[in-house]
Design a binder for this molecule. Structure first.
Ligand code: MN
Length: 613
């Protein structure tokens, strides 16, 4: 029997949180446990309060049903309760009044108390509050929680948890921040529900726009599904505040590919919120010294990532390799990375070895679809960047042309990309920029030169400074190249092979300046270019060698350098042979004492290669 004058008692349903609790009202509860100063009563699975012993009306044991009145909700979220004894009452169920806000909508809620639900993507302890980075389907938000200076708030909340945050939206240093009253790690059905909701929405949000390549190209068209897959993985990493490490070959093509992606990723990080300097600590670009991802690289990347994970509660990163990564030479590093389950994406145009695909989550390579190295990494990187964030297209559309001339592409796409930007950049201007990049990277050594490189590539909207800088770098580079050529060209030793290939040998160790620009690989390339001009219409192979290495370049001789290196490795025991590269441009390493044997065997293989007439 319910009478009109019955006292109303409320029961919180499972979904309710602190914001559904009202001071003064009476709720049904269950005794959870006891302390010397009173007993804890749960109002639902998640919300509990304290009945001070002075407010207890009877003796209880755990799991007893009790009625409690909410005396006070403290600023820290603690609830003070008072036991009630009521004989006749009516129960009304409180459904959750959802005040959950999407992160993207927080800017209109400044000064208001709200709730957000999402995944914890970083937990950073400062000397003041603990900063939780929370990601939902719409964005990234920092949440500050404070117990005591430098003390970890809500220690039960861990990286990767799905949480509900209740707090106030504030502006701090021009940035939105939530000051949390309470952070609850969700569990069971509730966790699954939120996780599924976020997952579905993130998956849709990460899906790249369906846009065509900048130029008409069968190879690029065929690569589109894989490029979209890559773009989606990268977009998802950005939306979930996963750090990204971008490693690239340290030449003009590698830099162009990496910078295109850098522009897309950094702008997307800025759009999706988070810290004002998130684009610096969530994104790192670094050149690889070797023409592959060597053990030194993975060791550094792992070292920093593990420290950031331990110190700043960051997720482990997504690693992207451009203009590197497709070959067996990278395998040793992938093996190390796989111990930590690091996901790898490769965007490369080196001849791929199928054995490495098991280490990669995605792999864009023109050889997979019948193309070749003429589709440069800079072209691929730029097309992927447009899929990651189409907004950056106007500032990066000249990068493929620079990459094409930098890597001496002879694919039809080279002319198309050059034509695309011919109103702003001549072919010579592109060559100058490519040379300036190579020269500057030499002085940058292991550094990425993030801002200088932007000037060289004219990404900052300061064309005069760009022109000044490129002019100076080109002059510097050319002077040093001329010095190098005048020293080494007289020492070139010519030979004509049985297949009529014109072979030229140059010992760059003793007939070129060392530890300076141009380094041995580029020195050999410059020598080769000059010899090609002197031997028009003839097949030309140039070998620049040092004590324990040789760099090969060819025109009109159809070699397969990676295969030759593998064969030599098997045929010359004790040669210590390794290496690779492109089919007709590459390098080989060996032990010094075996140099003449290895070089002669190499030359024999070159003499057996077919020549183009
Ligand atoms: Mn390249």
């Amino acid at each position: 029997m319910i009478h009109d004058d019955d006292i109303l008692v409320y029961r919180l349903s499972a979904g309710c949180d602190l914001s559904d609790v009202e001071e003064g009202k009476v709720y049904t509860g269950k005794v959870q446990g006891f302390a010397t100063f009173g007993m804890f009563v749960q109002l639902n699975e998640r919300i509990k309060g304290l009945v001070h012993k002075s407010n207890m009306k009877a003796e209880h044991k755990e799991k007893d049903n009790v009625l409690v009145r909410v005396r006070q909700i403290r600023p820290n979220g603690n609830i003070d309760l008072e036991e009630q004894v009521i004989q006749v009452y009516q129960v009304q169920v409180v459904e959750r009044t959802s005040n959950t806000v999407r992160i993207a909508d927080l800017s209109s809620k400044v000064g208001r108390s709200i709730a957000i639900e999402g995944e914890v993507s970083q937990i950073k302890q400062t000397s003041g509050p603990t900063i939780f980075t929370v990601v939902d389907e719409s964005g990234t938000q920092n949440v500050a929680a404070f117990v005591e200076a430098g003390v970890r708030a809500f220690p039960e909340v861990e990286l990767g948890n799905i949480v509900r945050v209740i707090g106030e939206v504030m502006m701090r240093n021009n940035q939105l921040q939530i000051e949390a009253d309470i952070i609850t790690a969700l569990s069971g059905d509730e966790e699954t529900k939120v996780r599924t909701r976020i997952e579905i929405a993130l998956d849709a949000r990460a899906e790249p726009e369906n846009i065509l390549p900048l130029v008409k190209s069968d190879v690029l068209d065929s690569l589109r599904p894989e490029m979209q897959k890559v773009a989606k993985i990268i977009r998802r990493a950005v939306f979930t505040a996963q750090p990204i490490i971008l490693r690239h070959h340290a030449d003009a093509d590698g830099i162009c590919s990496a910078v295109a992606i850098e522009q897309a990723v950094v702008s997307l990080i800025k759009e999706s919120g988070g810290d004002y300097d998130a684009d610096y600590f969530l994104f790192k670009r670094a050149p690889s010294k070797a023409p592959f991802y060597e053990i030194e690289d993975i060791t550094r990347d792992l070292d920093f990532s593990l420290k950031d994970h331990a110190r700043y509660g960051q997720k482990m990163p997504l690693v992207i390799l451009t203009d590197n990564g497709s070959t067996e030479e990278d395998e040793a590093s992938y093996k190390i990375a796989s111990v930590y389950d690091l996901p790898f994406i490769v965007i490369d145009h080196h001849h791929p070895d199928a054995t490495i695909d098991k280490y990669l989550v995605a792999h864009v390579n023109p050889y997979h679809v019948g193309g070749d190295f003429g589709i440069t990494a800079g072209m691929l990187g730029t097309e992927v960047a447009r899929l990651i964030n189409p907004k950056v297209e106007p500032i990066i559309r000249h990068l493929p042309a620079i990459a094409a001339v930098g890597d001496r592409s002879e694919a039809p796409e080279r002319a198309l990309y050059l034509a695309l930007i011919s109103d702003q950049y001549s072919e010579q201007a592109c060559k100058d920029i490519a040379l300036a990049l190579d020269y500057e990277q030499f002085w940058l050594r292991f550094n990425d030169g993030r801002e200088i490189v932007k000037d060289i590539l004219n990404l900052l909207g300061m064309p005069e400074r760009h022109a000044k800088l490129v002019k100076l770098l080109v002059e510097g580079a050319n002077t040093m190249i001329e010095d190098q050529m005048s020293a080494c060209m007289p020492h070139v030793v010519p030979r004509v092979l049985s297949n009529d290939a014109h072979l030229f040998l140059i010992d760059v160790e003793i007939h070129a300046h060392k530890f300076t620009f141009p380094p041995p690989g580029k020195t050999s390339g410059e020598v080769h270019d000059r010899l090609c001009r002197q031997n028009v219409g003839k097949p030309v192979v140039t070998i620049g060698f040092g004590p324990d290495f040789a760099v090969l370049r060819s025109r009109g001789v159809l070699m397969n350098i990676p295969r030759m290196v593998r064969e030599l490795h098997n045929e010359i025991p004790g040669g210590g042979i390794s290496g690779g590269g492109h089919l007709v441009v590459g390098s080989i390493k060996f032990v010094e004492g075996m140099r003449s044997i290895v070089l002669e065997a190499l030359i024999k293989k070159i003499s057996e290669a077919p020549v183009q007439t």
